[in-house]
Structures are given as C-alpha cells and as structure tokens.
Design a protein around this ligand. Structure first.
Ligand code: IMP
Ligand code: MG
Length: 180
C-alpha cells in the first residue's frame, strides 16, 4: 500500500464488482438506445474506461475537463471548464460520468453549462457519493458507493494530481493535506 494512504476503502475487486452492478442497471435502462458518455476529466478516466466495457448498448465517447480544486482538499465552488468538445447533444441520451459527488458544486455548474444543449435525456452517474457534504440540491441517477466525509484518492481520484494511478480507493492521511 502507498505510504500516504491511511486505509483502503475499496479494493480493485470491490470496485470492479460495483462497476458491473452499475453497468447492469444501465443495460436495463438504456436497452436498445444509443448514449453519449461524457467523461468528466481527469478523475473519472479509470471509472469511465471500465464502465464502457461493461455496457451492451452503443456508446459515443465525449469528454469535458473541469477543475474546481487546485492544490487543495476543498472545492473552490467556482468551476473552470478547461476543455469542452462542443459536440451536439441535440436529441441524444447523455450520461455524465463523474468520479465523486461531494458538495455538488461541480455537477450543478456543469449541468448549467449544458442547459441549452437540448438532449433527449441527461443523467448523472457517479462512482462515489459523499452525501454529508452536499451544498447543492443534486443527486446521481446512478451511483456506486456512499462514503463518509473523508478525503479519498486512487482509481482516478487525486490530491494535487497525485495518487490517480492507484488501483484501489483509499483514505489519504490527513497530515498530507492539512499543512496546505
Ligand atoms: P464537488 O464540486 O464538491 O461536488 O466535488 C466534485 C469534485 O471534487 C470531484 O470531481 C473530485 O474531483 C473532487 N473531489 C471531491 N471529493 C474528493 C475526494 O475525497 N478526493 C478527491 N477528489 C475529490
Ligand atoms: Mg473530478
């Protein structure tokens, strides 16, 4: 285990099983439909890549790169859109794939950013949910694990761009981010 990790919350196998569970629900709900999967970069990359390989309906890839953190463990509340493909969502099913729903600022602002795109449907799929920290009235249509109020890294999730490559999700030792 990485020395900066306090404890592992979800192993590679547990994550894999959860991704399959989410894909099963998507396979029921989107049967026979085409769906644009929007990867919210960068944290969602591993989740996105695993999820698209478990669904059995046609998927189109899209991505958006947003940032609300910088090198801190607290969301700034303002969303920077660093990359937007501008692809048309008109009349399409759109599924936004996010690593974690925390205060809800990121996804609330992202949905507002997409509000004039006239999709057939737009839903949210989040691997992790920290409901105790929510500041906005928003919830995921599909979610993996609910977690307590702890800062987690791994499987795409970072602290100051580190730990994304870890194959598990773990709690970061508070002393790593408390001094920043
Ligand atoms: P929100 O805007 O507060 O809902 O935060 C969503 C974004 O904050 C996610 O896309 C993550 O990038 C980041 N985030 C929130 N909580 C954590 C965490 O525990 N570890 C790593 N990143 C987090
Ligand atoms: Mg993120």
């Amino acid at each position: 285990m990485n020395k900066d990790i306090k404890n592992i919350l979800f192993t590679k196998e547990e994550i894999h099983n959860k991704v399959k569970e989410i894909a099963d629900k998507l396979n029921e709900d989107y049967k026979g439909e085409e769906v644009i999967f929007v990867c919210v970069l960068k944290g969602s990359l591993p989740f996105y890549a695993d999820l698209v390989r478990e669904v059995n309906f046609p998927v189109t890839f899209d991505m958006v790169c947003v940032s609300s953190y910088g090198a801190s463990a607290e969301s700034s509340g303002t969303l920077k859109i660093k990359l937007d493909s501008g692809v048309s969502y008109e009349g399409k099913n759109v599924l936004i794939i996010e690593d974690i729903l925390d205060t809800g600022n990121t996804l609330t602002n992202l949905l507002a950013h997409f509000s004039d795109r006239n999709p057939k449907s737009m839903r949210l799929c989040c691997l992790l949910d920290k409901p105790s920290r929510r500041l906005r009235d928003i919830q995921a249509d599909y979610k993996g694990f609910e977690i307590p109020d702890e800062f987690v890294v791994g499987y795409g999730l970072d602290y100051a761009e580190k730990y994304r490559e870890l194959p598990y999700i773990g709690v970061l030792k508070p002393e790593i981010y408390k001094n920043n």
